[in-house]
Design a protein around this ligand. Structure first.
Ligand SMILES: Nc1ncnc2c1ncn2[C@@H]1O[C@H](COP(=O)(O)OP(=O)(O)OP(=O)(O)O)[C@@H](O)[C@H]1O
Length: 640
């Protein structure tokens, strides 16, 4: 006990300073805890008045709000900002009006004459800065941030407002949406499948293409448009009958006949975005496709372009296999060559199987409400399962241009001169291109030519009768089902300011086109014949090499054995290096290094057999087999 007291005595004697220190720690800790508690209570108290909404760049409301914000003067007056020529949102509609460097007006004339592309420069507030905007009696605190993800950064928007409930935020989002849709109504947005990350990437917004600019046989456009409209407003009908709310359209036929153009037109007409998937793209797999298909919005056009291309590069029904193309078999030369080719083609990480494709089209996870459009130039290559009703409900065949279509496309290019007051106005306004009223949305010229370039095309004005007669002559000159509409369009484009000459010279163009086609066809046939011959020769060589392969292996084994382990085995006589030593080894029983050899009795007949076989093998090997040369150390003697 005494000992313990003596041990503690130094501490008890100095209790004053320690107690003070302890008191300080306790008081400091208490004050800090109280401070933190009060701060968090205050923040909680303040936050209880604030409503905060988060918007991610991955979803539409972010675009609506960025578009809306870009129109707010306070947003443009930001004191910390980035300058960019890129679109802030995926829809490219958020170029800040307040921040635009307005040189457009001055540059417009110059642009038309030089063809130089205008670059808009926009000012946007920097990330992680907070801005306050007054909106309908409330102060909104808006912060733009960036979140980093596996596949790059993703923008976020945080909006806080002091309010009793979230009505004000709902109103804001609705207003932003309406505003955005109003500005976006003249565009069709295109999204492309990103197979690397299995998501959709905005690819641009295109001006809507009017249906009147698509020239198809009478009734076809109306039929498809009516069918699409009918589908889009029949959700309940489908639900009542338990039918999956999806519709598929298969547009097949010759290239350049308007399949893709029609889809773009329909998207504009129906106000839908287009989501494009290329099944043959690198890295496409069943999972990626299912993921993509499950993530399309309920109302959109899903476009599978060139469906047959996916087949020829090796989709198969078997999930494990990505080979076995069906379409190119007719041109295949030998099984070995084609399988090698397939391997090469499929070596791009794509593991998409037909069953995977079918599942993603109408499996459990497939999106509903979308219009599926698939295009192909070779319908005969499609698996029947893919094109059956339920997956592809409407089939439309696109052929080469008829006379009627030729006439129609001519009229699209050369609209007739407006009559009445419009004509009077135009006659006072040079140049002649002013015959088209730029405000008239039904004007053919307006439909065919983008707005900003309208005045750049100097088309002579012709009366209705003149255009009708020229169009008729043009249509009569074009043979039915020989030229695609795209090729006619190419010819008309070359003559876009010379309607009369265009018709006068069309016969010469037809002759020239036929000659070009004949020449190209001949060249193609020659090239194919050459390729076929080369492939046959390669196949023959490979077959020959295969036949020889087992013999070579045997010989190389013999040679190796001779050098390393069994020096007394007979050395192949045709080698100039080994011939003398072989006889020497046989006679002396020693190898080239002078090692003692052990020749077993049992080996003798085999050796004899090999010796006998040697001349025959030698003859077979004169084809210049590489293995043979490498083992022997000198090229084969072609005279043997
Ligand atoms: N029927 C048509 N009416 C109006 N323009 C057409 C028509 N067909 C083709 N064109 C024009 O030809 C070009 C090519 O058309 P488009 O890409 O739509 O053809 P496609 O059938 O989809 O071809 P592919 O099968 O090669 O993809 C476009 O510029 C389009 O304007």
């Amino acid at each position: 006990m005494e000992a313990l007291k003596s041990l503690l005595s130094p501490l008890t004697n100095s209790a004053g300073p320690i107690q003070d220190t302890l008191k300080l720690v306790v008081i400091g800790g208490t004050v800090e805890t109280a401070r933190r508690a009060s701060v968090s209570a205050w923040t909680g108290f303040v936050d209880s008045f604030f409503l905060t909404a988060h918007f991610s760049q991955e979803d539409y409301p972010y675009d609506w709000l960025m578009h809306w914000l870009s129109k707010q003067p306070a947003w443009g007056r930001s004191r910390e900002f980035d300058i960019t020529t890129r679109s802030v949102s995926r829809h490219g509609l958020t170029q800040s009006t307040s921040g635009d460097l307005d040189e457009e007006e001055e540059e417009e004339t110059e642009e038309i004459s030089t063809g130089r592309r205008k670059r808009k420069v926009a000012i946007i507030p920097s990330v992680d800065t907070t801005h306050t905007i007054y909106y309908r009696g409330h102060w909104l605190r808006i912060t733009r941030t960036k979140r980093f993800q596996d596949y790059g950064s993703c923008g976020e928007l945080k909006i806080s407002v002091v309010a009793r409930n979230n009505d004000i935020l709902k109103r804001l989002v609705l207003e932003a949406k309406r505003d955005y849709e109003k500005d976006a109504e003249h565009r069709v947005h295109i999204f492309m499948a990103d197979t690397t990350y299995g998501c959709w990437r905005w690819n641009g917004a295109r001006h809507k293409r009017p249906m009147s600019s698509i020239v198809l046989e009478p009734g076809v456009k109306d039929m498809i448009l009516a069918d699409c409209k009918d589908f889009l407003c029949s959700e309940d009908w489908y639900a009542e009958r338990g039918i999956p709310f999806r519709r598929g359209y298969l547009l097949h036929g010759v290239p350049g006949s308007g399949k893709t153009s029609l889809i773009h037109s329909l998207a504009g007409e129906l106000g839908l975005d287009i989501y494009v998937v290329s099944l043959s793209s690198k890295g496409m797999s069943d999972n990626t496709l299912a993921n993509l298909m499950g993530n399309v919005p309920s109302r959109c056009i899903l476009l599978l372009e060139d469906l047959d291309a996916a087949f020829t590069r090796g989709i198969s029904r078997d999930e494990k296999s990505t080979g076995a193309p069906t379409g190119s078999s007719s041109t295949s030369t030998s099984s070995s060559t084609s399988s090698a080719k397939n391997k090469e083609e499929n070596n791009d990480g794509s593991t998409l199987s037909l069953s995977g494709l079918l599942n993603s089209l109408d499996g459990v996870a497939a999106a509903e409400g979308r219009l599926l459009f698939a295009t192909t130039n070779h319908i005969e290559r499609l698996d029947p399962a893919l094109s059956r009703p339920g997956r592809m409900d409407v089939w439309v065949n696109f052929k080469n241009a008829t006379k009627w279509q030729a006439e129609g496309i001519f009229r699209c290019f050369f609209p007739s001169k407006p009559t009445g007051p419009q004509q009077a106005a135009s006659s006072t306004t040079p140049p002649p291109s002013a015959t088209v009223d730029p405000k008239d949305p039904t004007s053919q010229e307006n439909l065919a030519v983008p707005k900003r370039k309208r005045n750049a095309v100097l088309t002579p004005s012709l009366s209705d009768e003149e255009i009708a007669s020229l169009a008729k002559r043009f249509g009569d000159a074009i043979p039915d089902d020989e030229f695609s509409v795209a090729s006619l369009q190419g010819y008309l484009l070359k003559n876009k300011t010379r309607p009369k000459e265009c018709v006068d010279e069309v016969q010469a163009w037809i002759v020239q086109e036929r000659e070009t086609r004949a020449r190209l066809k001949k060249e193609k046939e020659e090239r194919e014949a050459k390729e076929k011959k080369e492939a046959e020769e390669t196949a023959k060589k490979e077959d020959k090499a295969k036949e020889e392969a087992p013999v070579k292996v045997k010989r190389s084994r013999v040679k190796t054995t001779t050098v390393v382990a069994t020096p007394t085995e007979p050395v192949i006589p045709e080698s100039s290096e080994s011939t003398p030593s072989s006889s020497e080894s046989e006679s002396t029983g020693a190898d080239a290094d002078g090692e003692e050899s052990v020749t077993s009795e049992e080996e003798s007949p085999e050796k004899e057999g090999e010796d006998e076989a040697a001349p025959a093998e030698k003859v077979a090997a004169t084809g210049g087999n590489e293995t043979w040369v490498a083992v022997k150390g000198h090229p084969p003697d072609p005279n043997v």
